[in-house]
Design a protein around this ligand. Structure first.
Ligand SMILES: Cc1cc2nc3c(=O)[nH]c(=O)nc-3n(C[C@H](O)[C@H](O)[C@H](O)COP(=O)(O)O)c2cc1C
Ligand code: SF4
Length: 440
């Protein structure tokens, strides 16, 4: 099996004389998003990846039958790899109570899930992560951890008012939690792990100057801010990297004043390349400060408010309404991170996955032609899990997703996340563990 160092970096990325007139970026029309791709120890059947999108399909922190169905539908629908979203490395690493947290007892359910995806020809990745001080849906014992101490606005609703700066011992403990979660993921049959370093979760709380106010070797310059996340990645890579691809999801920028810039994004990407990442998934934005940047469009806070009210979460519902009034109006553009992602592409050599507003086959083709090794889609595949097969057969060239962001509200729904243009999920399926009746 080829190692990342043996394989040609982005084979054939640059074809002299061929360029996109709109961007002057080098393009290679010879690579198709349907071609296989090698990421570290893993080869995917094609370059389409389902992005981690909180499924809310867990029972007591373990996968349900609904989660199994969701990911096997995506595998059957043609993706090269699907990503199980927000897999917490510890119970207090969750942001919401309906997320997986990794522990040996849930191995049978994880194995049922990975088996169902493999049976349908796709690979499966676990997005392993820690929320740090971003804990919106549950009370954490004591103060939440983060890069810096102080007031914690994200934790207000559930009484997590304060956060404390991680010590050296905390860093060792959290690194060990990531390593243990990665080992468990490998043992459960996952082909890849994706360390979440974007969107405002713990590792991003180090990278982003919006949360990192440290004055030691982990704060200040962008090189210092990425030091701890890069160390976590190197430890995970050392533990599982010979069999399991190690990915990181990063922000190309935070998209807001005083947040990380694309220049910071370049430093982050270079540090993770040096730490041994097999591929970076390029995202952006922060859960609290800039969701519109993350989604390329305004959050549907009205729908979120409605779903939360239904669950009796009146206060959270009200806060969502208030937050809606301060959001800028953003007009959705396909491939809304392209300019930022090109800057990262030009600065590093490791494989990169383009994410953000891929809505058509032409978008996917453009991304791979510009040197992105994979394309990562969330909403288009939530709307239609069979989109990749439909692109391949010619049945569709464009996603029917209209970017209304109604799906985001359903991360709070007991039946799990869904596209609001599709029929409702089956609540009963979300109350059965994934392994029930499988003998796993
Ligand atoms: C319902 C929903 C839930 C999401 N939850 C997560 C998550 O748990 N982890 C994550 O990294 N991104 C999450 N995202 C963000 C997506 O992974 C992706 O970055 C974003 O939707 C932009 O990609 P798209 O334009 O293909 O939808 C979520 C998106 C949606 C729509
Ligand atoms: S609810 Fe459906 S149509 Fe609206 S953004 Fe989500 S996936 Fe797209």
């Amino acid at each position: 099996m080829m190692t990342p160092r043996d394989q040609p970096l982005n084979p054939g990325r640059i074809v002299p004389g061929v360029s996109d007139p709109a961007s002057n970026s080098p393009v290679n029309t010879a690579i198709s998003p349907f071609d296989p791709v090698t990421i570290g120890p893993l080869t995917l059947r094609n370059r389409f990846i389902k992005s981690g999108a909180n499924e809310a399909m867990c029972l007591d922190g373990k996968p349900t039958r609904a989660l199994l169905r969701h990911h096997s539908d995506l595998a059957r629908g043609g993706v090269g790899m699907t990503t199980v979203a927000y897999v917490a490395v510890a119970p207090e690493a969750r942001t919401l109570p309906n997320q997986i947290w990794m522990r040996p007892e849930i191995l049978p359910d994880l194995r049922a899930l990975t088996q169902a995806v493999h049976d349908n020809g796709a690979a499966i990745s676990a997005q392993i992560t820690h929320g740090g001080s971003f804990v919106t849906g549950m009370k954490v014992k004591g103060r939440t951890i983060s890069s810096s101490s102080g007031f914690n606005p994200a934790g207000m609703l559930k009484g997590n008012f304060l956060q404390r700066a991680m010590t050296g011992a905390d860093m060792e403990r959290v690194t060990a939690e990531f390593v243990a979660a990665a080992r468990l993921a490998r043992d459960a049959g996952f082909d890849a792990v994706e360390l979440h370093m974007g969107h405002g979760y713990l590792l991003n709380q180090f990278i982003s100057p919006l949360s990192n106010r440290r004055e030691d070797e982990y704060g200040g310059s962008p090189e210092n801010r990425v030091r701890f996340p890069a160390r976590v990645l190197a430890a995970v890579k050392e533990a599982v990297g010979d069999t399991t691809a190690v990915l990181a999801k990063i922000n190309v920028a935070d998209g807001t004043r005083r947040g990380a810039t694309v220049e910071d994004g370049v430093v982050t990407a270079r540090a993770l390349q040096a730490a041994g990442a097999d591929m970076l998934v390029l995202s952006g934005g922060r859960n609290v400060e800039s969701t519109w940047f993350m989604f390329g469009s305004r959050m549907n806070r009205e729908e979120i408010s409605r779903v939360l009210r239904e669950q009796g979460e009146w206060l959270t519902s009200l806060m969502m309404k208030v937050a809606a009034s301060s959001e800028p109006a953003v007009e959705f553009r396909e491939m809304y991170f392209l300019e930022y992602s090109r800057r990262i592409r030009a600065a590093v050599e490791l494989p990169l996955a383009y994410l953000g507003g891929i809505k058509s086959l032409a978008n996917a083709q453009q991304a791979v032609a510009e040197g992105f090794d994979c394309v990562v889609l969330a909403r288009a595949l939530l709307h239609d899990p069979a989109l990749v097969n439909k692109f391949r057969s010619g049945e569709l060239t464009q996603s029917g997703c209209d970017n209304c962001n109604g799906c985001v509200a359903y991360i709070y729904h007991p039946a799990g996340t869904r596209c609001i243009r599709n029929p409702p999920n089956d609540l009963a399926e979300n109350r059965i563990p994934a392994s029930a009746g499988t003998g796993t």
